[in-house]
Design a protein around this ligand. Structure first.
Ligand code: IMP
Length: 187
């Protein structure tokens, strides 16, 4: 008799796409690139909760120029893994960013709806500059034209978890980025 897969498979049962070591190397490369691009300036990193929290905390420490950070939260996929298409701001920035060099930090650039909404919103605050850093990029899924300035890794249309990224709020704590089984994600 066929058995259905468990709703939340064990982490060890999911294939590792990027190990924690590979992620750390790449984050340090991006940190060095950002440090070179912003020499003599200071930056505000704005992380998109909750997914980007872990990437931001590593990236902030890999950047050698002066930086501060803030967070925004938007309506997310919730318990499902598919985007509803609608983006709503749940938590705004705490500090003004007018005249500042801002980098929006995201876990995954997928359809692009979240970041294009946030970019539009941030531009209204008149920052001195605005760039985007994303840990992962899924270009094949894009619905709106938007690209990141700093990309950790490009991936095909696969659903991933770990290093801040979740399936129904689970697996954010995993050190590696793993492939979530298609049949369980319905992605
Ligand atoms: P976008 O608005 O479609 O670009 O959505 C980006 C958000 O979707 C990310 O910040 C993630 O929260 C979520 N997301 C997209 N793909 C994945 C995935 O493979 N795993 C976990 N979350 C994902």
């Amino acid at each position: 008799m066929a058995t259905s897969p468990p709703a939340f498979p064990y982490a060890s049962a999911m294939e590792v796409l990027f190990s924690n070591i590979r992620i750390a190397e790449r984050v340090h490369e991006i940190g060095a690139e950002i440090s070179a691009d912003y020499t003599g300036k200071s930056i505000v990193l704005i992380g998109v909760l909750k997914g980007a929290a872990i990437f931001l905390s590593d990236l902030a420490r890999a950047i050698e120029v002066n930086n501060t950070f803030d967070f925004v939260a938007v309506s997310s996929y919730g318990r499902a893994s598919k985007s509803s298409g609608a983006v709503k701001l749940i938590k705004d920035i705490d500090e003004p960013i007018e005249g500042k060099h801002v980098i929006l930090v995201e876990d995954i650039l997928d359809t692009g709806l979240t970041l294009s909404y946030l970019r539009g919103m941030m531009l209204q605050h008149k920052p001195a500059s605005l760039k985007i850093a994303t840990c992962l990029d899924k270009p094949a899924r894009r619905l709106v034209p938007i690209e990141a300035d700093y990309v950790g890794f490009q991936i095909p249309n696969q659903f991933v978890v770990g290093y801040g990224m979740d399936y129904a709020e689970h697996y954010r704590n995993l050190g590696d980025i793993r492939l979530f089984p298609e049949d369980a994600a319905g992605h």
